[in-house]
Design a protein. Structure first.
Length: 276
């Protein structure tokens, strides 16, 4: 009886953390979508880290528990020292993983985008740039176009698209999987009559709630992606206009100018030699 409640408590606690991450995923997607639609913000701030913060929090909790566990095992009996060392090494691995996640999310440089290229062109708007630089800007735009075509936008209104997004991002399936595990444990213990049937009802409700919020969060993420794509299309139009203007005023190389200068210099040398 006590072990059954312990297993259910652990699963329920993990499910609550994962479910809170689902709610954060949905809320941040809706928030960034509304900010983009109103033109208040032009880049995503909250949604990319919606899952990072809860997962890092779970890592910190696991780090604290493993550190306390290793300390207790180390001082309990001398024969448990190797096990305590293994637990401590596992704690170090968890700490390194947390630092790596934070470094990847926070320190990661922004990817090349229409907005970034446009800002670089705006900074040099008062200067005459060379044609080579204009060609480089066009090449960057072509690379961004190819990357955008490789990831076509899906329809946010369909549940199939939301399901495909959930499969491509397995962290969205953590809460439903934990809820299913909760149902299995509750059904097994209820069949043994060691737990009341109301626990099984609550577990089934957790599965339904996780699936519903997961679909809503995936649809909100898809809608946000479509809004970002629309914003990027606006940036691309502004960028191409700036590129055309820069190309008109760029310092173009005259065809054959180098050959003519070289020939003129050689003629001048020949004349100087004849004079001497």
């Amino acid at each position: 009886m006590e072990s059954s409640w312990t297993a259910l408590t652990v699963l329920a606690a993990l499910w609550l953390v994962a479910f809170s991450a689902q709610v954060a995923d949905y809320a941040t997607a809706r928030f960034d979508h509304l900010r983009l639609a109103r033109g208040v913000r032009t880049r995503l701030r909250l949604h990319p880290v919606a899952w990072t913060v809860p997962l890092a929090g779970m890592g910190v909790v696991a780090l604290t528990i493993s550190a306390d566990w290793s300390t207790r095992v180390f001082f309990s009996e001398p024969s448990n020292v190797p096990a305590a060392i293994l637990i401590a090494l596992g704690t170090v691995v968890i700490a390194v993983a947390i630092v790596a996640v934070i470094a990847v999310v926070v320190v990661r440089p922004p990817a090349d985008s229409y907005r970034l290229v446009r800002d670089e062109l705006l900074e040099s708007s008062g200067l005459r740039i060379h044609q080579d630089q204009v060609d480089e800007f066009r090449a960057r735009v072509t690379a961004i176009d190819n990357a955008t075509k490789a990831h076509p936008a899906a329809d946010a209104a369909t549940a199939v698209a939301a399901l495909k997004l959930s499969v491509r991002t397995p962290h969205r399936l953590i809460a439903p999987a934990l809820a299913v595990a909760l149902v299995i444990v509750a059904a097994t213990e209820s069949a043994r009559q060691s737990l009341p049937s109301s626990v099984l009802v609550v577990a089934v409700f957790a599965v339904v709630l996780s699936a519903l919020v997961g679909v809503l969060a995936a649809q909100a993420s898809l809608a946000l992606a479509m809004s970002v794509r629309s914003t990027q299309d606006v940036y691309r139009g502004e960028l191409m206009s700036l590129i055309v203007e820069s190309e008109r005023s760029s310092k173009k190389r005259v065809a054959g100018l180098g050959d003519r200068v070289t020939r003129a210099l050689s003629i001048l040398r020949e004349q100087q030699e004849d004079t001497q």
